[in-house]
Design a protein around this ligand. Structure first.
Ligand code: PSU
Ligand code: MN
Length: 322
């Protein structure tokens, strides 16, 4: 079995990669486990349109019919958004979805893996997984952090959800050698809220500077990812002071109901959606779209840098077309 027999790269994505055009990867767990139908498919379409408008090609990644698909057509997006039995696939789960033929949505970790195999350097998501509150008892630390430590893809997020333990999450990222860059802010943003009260390790104010970091880092062998933290637009945020109450209540409910493992994040998101009367969803959609626009700008800057200095960071794919 070869890599190219497992991966299927969409023709438009393939063509963009072949000509060195900017491509932005998108995850699919946010579609199946993060946002309810039909807002999920509408958001997935809007995000793809945002990326195109910014001059890049979107590549939503998921496992369908036993293949890791890089770039989904509209019918597949719709099918995924409606499906009930979709596996949430992190690094541990991808092979099971491929081998059994079950549909699988990729998390940040699995999307990074797939994007790297396809030769895509930039990826937009909502929030990354991290160290959960109470991890000293549960050991619940997202595989997203390990993946950031090993896979050379730039992940554009709105920071870490405040339902995580943000200081511990930053410590683990530092241990794993991941640069964490806040965009146009000194604080690490906290997903629904612009502020976390925690200083970000680095701040950069324009996409070209972030592209320069990615390009410089690619010179090292065995380097991992770069995490960009882009705050939710001001008009759509729910302030931190207000979020803290909802988050504590949702975490307590998850604990009471003995929710464990990969069910924790979807359960807490759904509970917060109920508690905020749907406002958390509006913030979530706005921040994902903001991240998609920034990721596209970084991807464009990265290819511009490429053209200026050819051969520095190869855009060559690691897999043959399907
Ligand atoms: N943030 C959201 N919705 C989501 C997720 C994050 O607003 O659905 C997903 C992402 O795919 C992330 C995953 O990679 O949750 C982390 O899950 P875990 O903590 O089980 O690794
Ligand atoms: Mn977990």
């Amino acid at each position: 079995m070869s890599l190219s027999s497992i991966f299927q790269v969409d023709a438009k994505v393939r063509a963009a990669l072949d000509r060195g055009a900017p491509v932005v990867a998108l995850e699919s767990t946010i579609i199946t486990h993060g946002i309810p139908f039909p807002q999920n498919v509408n958001t997935a379409r809007a995000v793809e349109a945002d990326i195109r408008a910014a001059g890049a090609v979107p590549a939503t990644i998921a496992v369908l019919d036993g293949k890791i698909r890089i770039g989904l057509g509209d019918a597949d997006l719709d099918r995924l958004a409606r499906a009930q039995d979709v596996m949430k696939c992190s690094r541990a789960d991808v092979a099971l979805a491929v081998a059994t033929g079950r549909p699988g949505a990729t998390t940040v970790a699995a999307t990074m893996m797939a994007a790297h195999f396809a030769g895509i350097h930039v990826f937009a998501t909502g929030g990354i997984g991290g160290v959960h509150q109470g991890a000293e008892d549960t050991f619940d630390i997202s595989a997203d952090l390990d993946e950031l430590g090993r896979t050379p893809v730039c992940v554009v997020s709105a920071g870490a959800k405040a339902l995580l333990d943000i200081p511990k999450t930053l410590e683990v990222l530092e241990t794993k050698g991941v640069p964490v860059i806040a965009y146009r802010t000194d604080e690490l943003p906290a997903f629904w809220s612009r502020a976390s009260g925690i200083k970000a390790p680095y701040r950069l104010d324009n996409p070209a500077d972030i592209a320069a970091v990615i390009k410089t880092r690619s010179v090292f062998a065995d380097h991992g990812g770069v995490l960009v933290a882009n705050p939710v637009p001001q008009a759509d945020q729910i302030p931190r002071e207000e979020m803290i109450g909802y988050i504590d209540a949702a975490n307590a409910k998850a604990h009471m109901e003995n929710i464990r493992g990969k069910e924790v994040t979807p359960f807490v998101l759904e509970t917060i959606y109920q508690l905020t009367g749907g406002r958390s969803l509006d913030a979530n959609i706005a921040l994902v779209r903001g991240n998609a626009r920034l990721a596209a700008q970084i991807a464009v800057a990265l290819t511009a840098a490429e053209t200026a200095a050819p051969g520095a960071a190869s855009n060559a794919p690691n897999v043959a077309p399907a």
